[in-house]
Design a protein around this ligand. Structure first.
Ligand SMILES: Nc1ncnc2c1ncn2[C@@H]1O[C@H](COP(=O)(O)OP(=O)(O)OP(=O)(O)O)[C@@H](O)[C@H]1O
Ligand SMILES: [Mg+2]
Length: 330
């Protein structure tokens, strides 16, 4: 087998959902119908969003996940390739590609109508995972990958990452509506974060997992990890071996909240990659690095929520890139 990952120069592997999001492409007019008639297709799924954003920042990213052996799957592969994302480990499966319809309230809050039962994003099996998939220095996984349908594949990937001494990053991204049972969602998420070196969650994530007890939930379940907490327009914090770092959000008008967290994670990871940070290393313990990681995360998060589509607003990234090269110098 060809060597990938570290050997091929991939910095971050993004594992999980690769989807098409369909956004309402027109206003609902007189409001007689609850949903628009015309839709715009945008690449979606958290792992696709992060991989694309990293590639746009000049970080070598790979997407790992299942797409259908259909035109929608082929289109995901070609869209990722066009963005410069490595698609070697995008697996074409005999199932339809997952899609989600996304509608918005006037304040930019998204509602999702997922068509994802039995779809390729949920069909990735243990047999589809290879050791090569675990070889990137950083691997990003979210809690939805722990659902029963993909759990065996996820466990095999986590074992591959551990064997290759990679760093596991978890973005909680709790999507309770996708789980048949919330107790199962909570226990599977605990099992995932126990293996992570970095756990990022939004206020909504922690509410879904532990009510208002977010910090003590992390203390109980991810004691050894660095924690990142985002609070939408109200700032973010990083807590870990470096102590505590915080950064306020520069508030923008939110058009579409979806993709904000993914953009933030991409910015954070880009800073860590460019600084050569890894758990146990000196950079990982540098509070200034984490402050910059939060700030770059916010720059991208703000751009993402200011436009319709998870990565649509993430263009003209020169300001972000100059912050990244500043981080090289320390
Ligand atoms: N109104 C806003 N103005 C500027 N930036 C924002 C705004 N809303 C969100 N962001 C950016 O998006 C980031 C993530 O937002 P949030 O904390 O809501 O998490 P999320 O991962 O998008 O949420 P979830 O996955 O639970 O839907 C914030 O940390 C911030 O950088
Ligand atoms: Mg999120």
């Amino acid at each position: 087998m060809e060597h990938r990952g570290v050997e091929s120069g991939i910095d971050v592997a993004c594992f999980g959902e690769l989807l098409w999001d369909f956004y309402e492409a027109e206003s609902k007019g007189d409001g007689k119908e609850p949903i628009a008639r015309q839709f715009r297709r945008e690449l979606g799924g958290a792992s696709a969003n992060v991989a694309v954003t990293l590639a746009r920042l000049g970080v070598k990213s790979a997407a790992i996940g299942g797409v259908g052996n259909d035109k929608l799957g082929a289109a995901i592969e070609s869209a990722l390739t066009a963005e410069g994302v490595d698609v070697e480990h995008v697996v074409r499966l005999a199932a339809p590609t997952g899609i989600t319809f996304v509608t918005h309230s006037a304040t930019g809050d998204a509602s999702f109508i997922p068509y994802r039962g039995g779809t390729a994003d949920q069909k990735l099996g243990e047999g589809d995972i290879t050791a090569a998939m675990g070889k990137a220095p950083f691997t990003l996984v979210s809690s939805t990958s722990m659902m029963a349908s993909t759990r065996a594949a996820t466990e095999k990937l986590l074992a591959a990452v551990e064997k290759a001494k990679g760093t596991l990053i978890v973005d909680l991204n709790v999507r309770a509506h996708l789980w048949p049972d919330s107790d199962e969602m909570r226990s599977a998420t605990k099992a995932l974060v126990a293996r992570a070196a970095l756990v990022k969650g939004s206020e909504r994530d922690f509410n879904a997992l532990a009510g208002k007890r977010g910090m003590s939930w992390l203390e109980e379940n991810a004691k050894q990890a660095t924690w990142i907490l985002t609070r939408g327009e109200n700032g973010a914090a990083a807590v870990g071996a470096h102590g505590q770092a915080t950064a306020p959000t520069k508030r923008v008008r939110c058009i579409d909240r979806s993709g904000g967290g993914d953009a933030f994670v991409a910015g954070l990871l880009a800073v860590l990659v460019k600084a050569g940070a890894k758990p146990g290393g000196a950079e990982w313990k540098d509070a200034k690095l984490w402050t910059r990681a939060l700030e770059v995360g916010h720059l991208l998060g703000a751009k993402a929520v200011a436009a319709l589509g998870a990565t649509t607003g993430l263009t003209r990234l020169d300001d972000v890139k100059s912050r990244l090269s500043a981080s090289k110098k320390g």
